[in-house]
Write a protein that binds this ligand. Structure first.
Ligand SMILES: NC(=O)c1ccc[n+]([C@@H]2O[C@H](COP(=O)([O-])OP(=O)(O)OC[C@H]3O[C@@H](n4cnc5c(N)ncnc54)[C@H](OP(=O)(O)O)[C@@H]3O)[C@@H](O)[C@H]2O)c1
Length: 346
């Protein structure tokens, strides 16, 4: 059997903030069968992840593309890879059979072909909604967990600042930090997000960075005794202000610099004398380097979810057609929590 498979691609490389118009939907016929012995599979995509890092793959060049694997550049016209949950519809891979749920790298498409060396594994939903396996129980969750516990090495009672705090990674960092006994302040881009952080997620304080003129004094107001840990999702002037307010031996985990992805002229320039004399550690990291923590992360996070100590914050749009709007929305601050697109019914 053959289907007309729809998939999104980019018209040209995207160098600044993405717009819906930068994408187009392509059709191609796809046989819902695979060559005997090929070890390939065809999967029907159910949920796909919408992530800021994908923009760096869509540029003509970016230092992220040099890391290879997950981050290589995307050519206009080519399918766009994304993390997702899918159902196997045809398999010549002996480890999978028709009907299995799988999770891993698929594409922004109705169906994806998975090669013999595809980054995919069988999924046991463990009683959780399938969408959790795209976000909180997948890379977003691992990023927050590894970045906070491994890179920031937090101690109970320490003062933690998180930017893009209502986003997929940020909201979890704040929740883990509260569970760890830290004092937590988050910043986000709207009043509604600030209220959610304080009222639903238990942050001690939160503020709307768009309403602040002088981030240095804002942070002094929220951290009169200084910041011990800064979990950076945005870079640029927020990173500079956080470093200016760090305590001696403070740690900065540079998870992402989203404000710099859409503006190549923007670069964080923290005061290096502060870094030296306060012995601040600033460390970038990639979640993929911490895959060894995955089992620990899954058991801790699923226990917290089951006991109600952790809240899964998801923002799910419906239908393949909604992908460009959902993606562009990440850079406008439209999303609250993990941005996911549901492509098909389970
Ligand atoms: N190192 C890793 O392995 C790794 C893995 C996953 C993600 N990341 C990075 O972590 C960060 C968060 O990713 P995520 O998936 O959790 O996305 P997200 O926070 O769910 O979504 C992006 C959010 O960033 C904020 N934002 C957008 N443009 C901004 C700007 N110019 N200045 C300040 N804030 C801006 C928006 O919220 P507001 O309304 O608050 O502005 C938006 O909702 C990104 O930088 C991403 O690249 C890194």
């Amino acid at each position: 059997m053959e289907v007309m498979n729809k998939y999104w691609t980019i018209k040209t490389h995207i160098e600044d903030a993405p717009k819906e118009d930068d994408f187009y939907l392509k059709n191609s016929t796809l046989a819902l069968s695979v060559e005997p012995g090929s070890k390939e599979m065809i999967v029907k995509n159910l949920y796909v992840s919408i992530d800021p890092y994908q923009l760096n793959r869509m540029k003509s060049s970016s230092s992220s593309q040099k890391t290879g694997g997950f981050a290589v550049g995307i050519t206009p016209g080519q399918e766009i890879e994304a993390f997702g949950v899918a159902r196997v519809v045809a398999s010549e891979n002996p480890e999978y059979e028709k009907g299995n749920f799988v999770v891993g790298v698929v594409t922004w498409a109705e169906y994806s072909k998975i090669g013999s060396n595809g980054m995919i594994r069988k999924l046991d939903p463990m009683g959780f909604p399938l969408s959790y396996h795209v976000g909180i129980l997948a890379f977003s969750g691992l990023t927050a967990y590894a970045g906070f516990f491994e890179i920031c090495k937090p101690k109970r009672g320490e003062k933690v600042f998180v930017s893009a705090a209502s986003g997929s990674v940020g909201n979890l960092v704040g929740q883990y930090a509260k569970l760890h006994g830290c004092y937590v302040v988050g910043c986000a881009g709207s009043k509604q997000k600030v209220e959610l952080l304080k009222e639903k997620l238990g942050f001690d304080e939160a503020f709307n960075y768009r309403e602040e003129n002088d981030l240095n004094s804002t942070l002094k107001r929220y951290f009169p005794d200084g910041i011990d840990v800064y979990f950076d999702n945005v870079g640029a002037e927020m990173q500079e202000a956080a470093v200016a307010n760090m305590n001696a031996f403070g740690r900065v985990a540079v998870c992402g610099v989203i404000s710099e992805y859409t503006d190549s002229g923007k670069k964080a320039a923290p005061d290096m004398l502060d870094v030296i004399y306060k012995r601040i550690k600033i460390q970038g990291f990639l979640a993929g380097d911490h895959i060894g923590l995955f089992q620990d992360f899954i058991s801790t996070t699923s226990d917290h979810l089951r006991s109600g100590k952790l809240c899964a914050l998801e923002d799910i749009s419906d239908g393949l057609d909604s992908i460009p709007f959902a993606f562009a929305g990440l850079f406008r601050g439209d999303n609250i929590g993990k941005k996911i697109v549901k492509i098909a019914e389970e």
